[in-house]
Design a binder for this molecule. Structure first.
Ligand SMILES: NC(=O)c1ccc[n+]([C@@H]2O[C@H](COP(=O)([O-])OP(=O)(O)OC[C@H]3O[C@@H](n4cnc5c(N)ncnc54)[C@H](OP(=O)(O)O)[C@@H]3O)[C@@H](O)[C@H]2O)c1
Length: 269
């Protein structure tokens, strides 16, 4: 009898008395095992609100993490930040990304922001399009982009923001047809670090999430519906982003708020 315990505790038979019997796979299942140590993740904007939670989530899962932003590590004092390799660079100067991309298997971009329409297009669109192109040229396998949900009438007020987001999404789906994942959260709540202060945005977001996740029909009202988009916790966004970047069978394409909540609930089951 030849029995070897598999990683998931099952027994696998490695020999057979019947020499001609073909090898049969009886069932396949996805295993929530940590990714292999060869995995290296680059978080663009890892010193920001969402980016810092993503860095922490990836480190907790045993992934090697680097981050690039204009200010590098910035003012982050938390101890987890010592385990990240910090690079200073600007996505609007694509050459400045090349060192940080060395040996990287997956990228998550959290770069985005608000300002004039021209600035919003540049930072949400052009900057990310540059990153997607350089990453694809350097042979990165998976690229996750933190985009944003549609806000209906508000899209007109933030035209540069949404046009930039959608342009970056199109580029991602073109350059990473098999490993490109777009997350489209609405309002993201959690603890945001501003200087030495920690601001608990969950005070507003958490009760809204409870109410609105059961009110999906409201989101289908033309024009104003998207304003009822359920807020999501930054931890949920981080977990899904890291999983999408490291799980080779995570399906490419767009994950909306309800998708983000579904993936998170699946994991905690
Ligand atoms: N927060 C929300 O409620 C929410 C909701 C939906 C979608 N999103 C999206 O999620 C993403 C992250 O949001 P956030 O709230 O975490 O924003 P954030 O805190 O402002 O972080 C933005 C990050 O981008 C970096 N960055 C900006 N311009 C850059 C450039 N030219 N080159 C390199 N790095 C640059 C910033 O660092 P430096 O300043 O040091 O460069 C910072 O680390 C954004 O794309 C945002 O649109 C956020």
């Amino acid at each position: 009898m030849c029995r070897v315990a598999g990683r998931n505790g099952r027994y696998l038979c490695t020999e057979s008395n019947k020499v001609d019997e073909p090898f049969k796979v009886e069932e396949a299942e996805t295993v929530d095992a940590p990714p292999p140590p060869t995995e290296k993740l680059l978080v663009l904007g890892g010193n920001g609100f969402v980016g810092s939670h993503i860095c922490r989530e990836a480190l907790n899962r045993g992934v090697a993490v680097a981050s690039l932003s204009r200010s590098g590590r910035s003012k982050l004092h938390d101890s987890w930040a010592n385990s990240v390799t910090w690079y200073q660079g600007n996505l609007l100067e694509p050459e400045s990304l090349k060192d940080a991309l060395s040996g990287v298997t997956a990228v998550i971009s959290c770069v985005g922001g608000f300002g004039s329409n021209a600035y919003m297009y540049k930072i949400n669109g052009t900057a990310n399009i540059n990153a997607i192109r350089v990453a694809s040229e350097q042979g990165v396998k998976r690229f996750v982009y933190i985009s944003a949900a549609d806000f209906g009438v508000a899209n007109y007020l933030l035209q540069g923001y949404y046009e930039g987001k959608r342009a970056a999404e199109t580029e991602l789906l073109t350059k990473f047809p098999y490993g490109g994942v777009i997350l489209r959260p609405g309002f993201i709540y959690g603890t945001r670090t501003v200087g030495s202060m920690k601001i608990p945005l969950g005070v507003i977001g958490s009760p809204m999430e409870m109410v609105l996740q059961h009110a999906k029909p409201l989101t289908q009202i033309p024009l104003v519906g998207p304003l009822f988009t359920t807020p999501v916790n930054v931890t949920a966004v981080s977990k899904v982003a890291v999983r999408a970047a490291t799980d080779p069978v995570f399906p490419p394409g767009i994950v909306d708020v309800h998708g983000i909540l579904r993936y998170t609930q699946q994991k905690s089951r």
